[in-house]
Write a protein that binds this ligand. Structure first.
Ligand code: COA
Length: 184
């Protein structure tokens, strides 16, 4: 059995270095800051899980997804959360990412740095050739951030995601092939 056959949520989570950030396996001390960030208006608009969701991610790990706290360097402050998930079906094998940063940490390039670091690991260690991400169609900042890393627009996912306003919102499927990762 190859290391890449182990479901992503069951691997020994590594620490993933980046340019100005490091991704570290989710630990109890990360929960409070990450739960309070989820509740911030600039985050909840795009990520509508309740603050308790992040706690559950720690207590009830999911075999198909692996969560990391994003720490800013050099002081290792918690600035956000990123998770990598996999579709393990050999015919469609690929990975995906979801992330949020606290309001005070947005707009400083840390999202793209965290994504680059996760993508490098997914490509080099997990053997993926394709990674997807699916922001809301009107989340222009997220789309721009993902394009900076090398993600391309695939198409509109109509009425894809139920938001906190109780309405279904369009999403944008974006993908990145292994050779397209932009070093930044
Ligand atoms: C989306 C997110 C991950 C992006 O990470 P980030 O570190 O803030 O991104 P960056 O600092 O690289 O900035 C993103 C880019 O978008 C641009 N931008 C900002 N607001 C924008 C807007 N309203 N329209 C278009 N572009 C915008 C910025 O100018 C920057 O581009 P530039 O470097 O070419 O100037 C982060 O802002 C975040 O977590 N937001 C809240 C939750 C969220 O939306 N999660 C994503 C769910 S899919």
């Amino acid at each position: 059995m190859n290391a890449t056959d182990t479901p992503i949520g069951l691997v020994e989570p590594p620490e993933l270095p980046g340019a100005g950030v490091v991704l570290v396996p989710l630990r109890p001390e990360h929960i409070e800051p990450l739960a309070s960030m989820i509740a911030e208006p600039s985050v909840v608009r795009w990520w509508s899980d309740p603050p308790t969701w992040i706690q559950r991610r720690l207590i009830e790990p999911d075999a198909e997804a692996l969560g990391f706290a994003i720490l800013a360097l050099p002081d290792r402050t918690v600035v956000g959360y990123i998770q990598a998930w996999e579709n393990a079906d050999p015919e469609f094998r690929h990975a995906g990412l979801d992330l949020y940063l606290g309001t005070a940490h947005q707009g400083k390039g840390r999202g793209p740095e965290a994504i680059r670091s996760a993508c490098r690991w997914l490509i080099e260690a997990r053997g993926h050739h394709r990674i997807t991400i699916d922001p809301a169609l009107d989340n222009a900042r997220a789309i721009r951030a993902y394009e900076k890393v090398g993600f391309r627009r695939v198409g509109v996912l109509r009425e894809y995601q139920l938001h906190g306003d109780g309405r279904w919102h369009d999403g944008l499927l974006m993908d990145l092939l292994a050779g397209e990762l932009n070093a930044g």
